[in-house]
Ligand binder design. Structure first.
Ligand code: TRP
Length: 361
């Protein structure tokens, strides 16, 4: 069977290094592996509006930011189709039909939706559109017959919901939709990169991010003030790795070549960790190394971004072409869905003939 990727992001802000290790870096590898016949990357503006209904300008301004981040990380419009969700009306239509296959109580049990409702203080007045966005996400995935969805761990409930909809649809209306598989990062540190304050997941609203477009100076400042081990007061004290953000970031970003280049005292991360735990390795040295690692990772992305920033109209042209291409695919799936559901009255000569006969014409 053809292998097809669909994934995406809500345009509510610039993308940060948590997005990078959680999904973006992988997408570029998958794109360049040549194993996938089609790759669709969606800027999910309609989904962003489900909890930003009063703030459309924020969504509108961030579409270009997300597109610039994609392109500067190495998403290649020749190999991947970048699309804007709202420009594919078929997705809304699919959502409407899928809604009949999902119960209110099933949506209420979705852990991601539950957590988001709490975070946004929606308890008393949940917008219906927000409540049902997992169904719309199932439409995003199935419209492109995606087999593979590379996303972060927080999207697992969405994939489960999608699989349930696919099963239900296929069992009621006949084999039509393709069941997708989630593809999670294989490195544990990448699953849920903590913010620079070490408290929670990196998130714009918590102000604990390093953005892909941050300057060299911003990155350095963030690294040097990063949370480490509160018990590691003197260099000679034994240090702890558990919950130590600097080491979590090294797990996510560092490789052996970077040790050779920037910190030749150690061959690999395990050696550095051992020394830290034994005592005698200061936080500043580790942070300086992390800064080199992040600068090496981010410098090419930043440079690529500057190039694209000089040609914003070209970026919109890429989005327009991508959306048009995507619509063709989604439109074909919508036809299949309507055929399966038998809402194809004008194309169904048998129906017209049978009813005409019944009325004895
Ligand atoms: N829910 C995803 C997020 O918050 C964005 C998204 C929308 C998505 N549609 C998708 C991700 C389809 C994967 C597949 O980041």
């Amino acid at each position: 069977m053809e292998k097809i990727i669909l994934t995406g992001d809500r345009p509510t802000g610039k993308l940060h290094i948590g997005h990078y290790v959680g999904s973006l870096r992988r997408r570029v590898e998958l794109q360049n592996s040549g194993e996938y016949s089609k790759i669709f990357i969606m800027i999910a503006d309609a989904q962003a509006l489900t909890d930003n209904a009063e703030n459309p300008e924020k969504v509108r301004q961030n579409i270009i930011e997300v597109a610039l981040d994609y392109l500067s990380c190495g998403i290649d419009p020749e190999k991947s189709t970048i699309l804007i969700q709202s420009q594919i009306p078929e997705l809304t239509e699919l959502t409407f039909y899928y809604m009949n296959l999902v119960t209110v109580s099933r949506l209420q049990r979705n852990p991601t939706v539950k957590a988001e409702i709490q975070m946004r203080n929606f308890e008393a007045s949940i917008p219906v559109g927000f409540f049902t966005y997992p169904i719309s996400q199932a439409a995003d995935i199935t419209a492109f017959k995606a087999t593979t969805v590379p996303v972060g761990e927080d999207q697992m409930p969405m994939l489960e919901q999608t699989k349930e909809i696919v099963h239900k649809f296929n069992s009621v209306y006949g084999e039509t939709l393709v069941e997708p598989n989630i593809l999670l990062p294989d490195n544990k540190a990448c699953l849920r990169l903590p913010g620079t304050d070490g408290t929670a997941k990196m998130s714009k609203s918590l102000g604990n991010c390093i953005f892909l477009s941050d300057t060299e100076d911003d990155v350095k400042k963030a690294v040097m003030s990063m949370y480490t081990d509160p018990l590691h007061l003197q260099v000679s004290d034994p240090g702890h790795l558990e919950g130590n953000t600097v080491f979590t970031y090294l797990d996510a970003f560092a490789n052996d070549d970077m040790f050779a280049e920037y910190c030749p005292d150690y061959k690999k991360l395990d050696e550095m960790k051992e020394h830290y735990q034994r005592g005698g390795l200061g936080d500043v040295k580790v942070k300086k190394f992390l800064n080199c690692v992040l600068q090496e990772t981010l410098a090419p992305i930043r440079a690529e971004r500057v190039k694209w920033e000089k040609d914003i109209p070209a970026v919109y042209e890429i989005l327009k072409k991508g959306s048009e291409e995507a619509e063709k695919v989604a439109s074909k799936t919508l036809d299949d869905v309507k055929d399966a559901m038998k809402i194809n009255y004008f194309e169904d000569n048998a129906l017209i003939k049978e009813q005409a006969e019944r009325y004895g014409a």
